[in-house]
Design a protein around this ligand. Sequence first.
Ligand SMILES: [Zn+2]
Length: 225
Amino acid sequence: MDSSFYRVEVDCPVCKESFATSRVRSKFCVVESRDTDFCVYYKGCNPIFYEAAVCPNCGYAALYGGFSEIGPEDAKNVHARIAGKWNGRDFGGERSIEDALDAYKLSLYCSQLRKDVTADIFTSICMRMAWLYRIKKDTKEENRFLAHALEHYLILYDRGDTPEKMDEITLIYLIGELNRRLGNADDAVIWFSRVVSHEMAKQKPLIVRMAREQWSVVRNTIKRG
Ligand SMILES: [Zn+2]
């Protein structure tokens, strides 16, 4: 393994064993560009490949940042459902895009077995899977996961909630942008207009600019279509 990676020991809250997994050193995460739905492209190795941790002993998987945050009842439940079927695959080394997708698929599966999982965790997993499918140029799967994420962003919004590290105006923009990417032009226009007239618009000029730009992209699509 090259020097862009480091190994960390993780304690599995489900089987209580510990295992090693790889992380990318942040100084090697050089941002090359960003998409309009905040997908980030990096020069060299891609840290998104390593954000889902998988226990090789029992198969429990989750986003690295929240790996230990599973309640005892959910841990018991996940263990009962996965341990007997688990093949012992180790995701701890360097990952291909397929390895990364498999790690996210396991995380998604485990999140569906848990009662304590929030829409926030679910959208984080789905957005990352969509971005990996975008890198693979698999538009059908990309859109499938963008649609899952959108559904749960709407649940958050309707509750008056936002994902961690995201303010309301950014969430509204993202809902507009996911609608635009999924071909729901009319809905996209409604959400972009909400960004522009939002009470935080003055404090968030970048998001407002992005909403105006994407709004005009939608307008051109509508004119053409
Ligand atoms: Zn485990």
